[in-house]
Design a protein around this ligand. Structure first.
Ligand SMILES: Nc1ncnc2c1ncn2[C@@H]1O[C@H](COP(=O)(O)OP(=O)(O)OP(=O)(O)O)[C@@H](O)[C@H]1O
Length: 413
């Protein structure tokens, strides 16, 4: 029987077929609605069937050696490999050699297979960066998708620093480090946004010392980048950018707090920076952009996720993969007041009830930067830092392209 002909929601259990050493033959038990079952007959309206299925998806394990505090390789060797071997699951494993490894695998092998309609599973040992690399590789241009495009399915094992997507999608809700969801989860599309920049925007790499062109440039010459977690400007982007160094990375998630202190209490004794620019909310339909009534800002952050790290509940109204983009923003405040707002975010997202904080669902946002110094024109997309040129702008909008499914606990339609 063909695996694809059995609806996922009807599957009760899958067992390796007895005597099969290839890992590709399975016995599947599944429920079928019985046509003549009715309440009057007092018969159950479901019955079960058993089928023999040949199914051998292409499974790739991606080990991001530079993520978090560098535990991905040890986790693969001591936990993931023995588990997959125990289950006789066949897979190919790739470890990252550079910050472009996952992007390049995605742009070549995974995109080609997806365009040929082949089923692919990926087990990703990384933080949010690995996910965003896959999203960008697979979704950089709709034109690159064939009619047969088949979304790969991703299982994420949270080996990064923030692991926002894993925390927000419920992958870390149990004590199995994502392994239970990897085996029992159901696929659900990862919502994505697209940022379109003025022509001079550049990706910052090598601890912010080098500039690189963005991989995707649209027909009008505007650099594009996609994200699945967060877009930010101001305090958040500054602390992510400043703390992305080998020295800071040793401290795990503490690095964000350390860089936050430096941004709020600069060592030269100056007050925290007031970010200057025009921020507008983009709305759907005929309504034009609605500018936020302030010229200076401390915090501008749009996200699909409820949590940016464990306990940091930035958008309490966000549900796992609900595809709603929410904006959190506030104007210049003293350092103690910023800390007060941040503490409320760690306290179950109470900051959104604070009158100093704006919180709303948006279709997108536009920022027109009015900053002389480039360090204040840095924005963050899922941990990557992009610097916009003087007088430049960025527009961030929800993107309906579906490129990748994430395995999550609850089946979503
Ligand atoms: N071998 C490597 N050499 C250089 N860079 C690497 C290597 N492996 C991974 N990287 C890069 O390290 C970064 C790790 O990002 P990732 O998001 O996975 O972890 P993180 O930043 O610690 O976590 P999070 O984004 O969840 O806070 C990515 O930019 C990735 O491309």
């Amino acid at each position: 029987m063909d695996w694809d002909s059995i609806p996922r929601a009807n599957i009760i259990a899958v067992f390796p077929a007895e005597g099969d050493d290839t890992g590709s033959q399975h016995d599947v038990l599944y429920a079928v609605e019985s046509k003549n079952g009715s309440e009057e007959e007092k018969a159950p309206s479901l019955s079960f069937r058993a089928a023999k299925v040949h199914h051998r998806p292409n499974i790739n394990v991606l080990v991001s050696t530079g993520s978090g505090t560098g535990l991905a390789t040890a986790t693969f060797e001591s936990l993931v490999k023995p588990l997959l071997d125990h289950l006789k699951i066949k897979y190919a494993v790739q470890s990252t050699k550079s910050d472009r490894s996952i992007l390049e695998l995605g742009q070549t092998i995974f995109l080609t297979r997806a365009n040929r309609g082949l089923e692919q599973g990926m087990i990703l040992l990384s933080g949010d960066g690995g996910v965003v690399d896959l999203v960008n590789a697979l979704g950089a241009s709709k034109l690159r998708h064939s009619n047969q495009y088949k979304k790969p399915t991703l299982a994420i094992l949270p080996l990064g620093t923030g692991n926002a997507l894993a925390h927000s999608a419920g992958v870390t809700a149990d004590k199995t480090m994502g392994l239970a969801t990897m085996l029992r989860g159901a696929p659900s599309s990862i919502p994505i946004f697209r940022a379109r920049f003025s022509r001079g925007a550049k990706l910052l790499v090598n601890e912010g010392r080098e500039e690189r062109e963005l991989d995707s440039i649209d027909a009008d010459g505007h650099p594009n980048a996609q994200g699945a977690v967060v877009f930010s400007w101001g305090f958040h982007a500054t602390l992510v950018g400043d703390s992305d160094t080998a020295e800071y990375r040793k401290f795990g998630a503490e690095r964000f707090k350390m860089a936050a202190k430096e941004a709020l209490y600069p060592s030269d004794g100056s007050p925290p920076h007031d970010y200057s620019g025009k921020v507008s909310i983009l709305r759907s339909g005929p309504l034009g952009p609605k500018p936020i009534d302030r010229t200076h800002h401390a915090y501008v952050l749009a996200t699909f996720c409820s949590h940016l790290e464990s306990g940091f509940n930035i958008s309490p109204a966000s549900m796992p993969l609900d595809g709603k983009l929410r904006l959190i923003h506030f104007g210049p405040l003293g350092p103690e007041q910023v800390m007060d707002v941040m503490h409320k975010a760690y306290d179950n997202g109470r900051h959104v009830d604070d009158s100093r904080v704006g919180y709303e669902e948006v279709e997108g946002i536009r920022i027109d930067f009015d900053e002389e110094d480039g360090q204040w024109r840095r924005v963050c997309i899922d941990g990557r830092i992009i610097r916009v040129e003087k007088g430049g702008w960025v527009e961030v909008r929800k993107d309906s392209t579906k490129v990748l499914d994430l395995l999550v606990e609850q089946q979503k339609q």
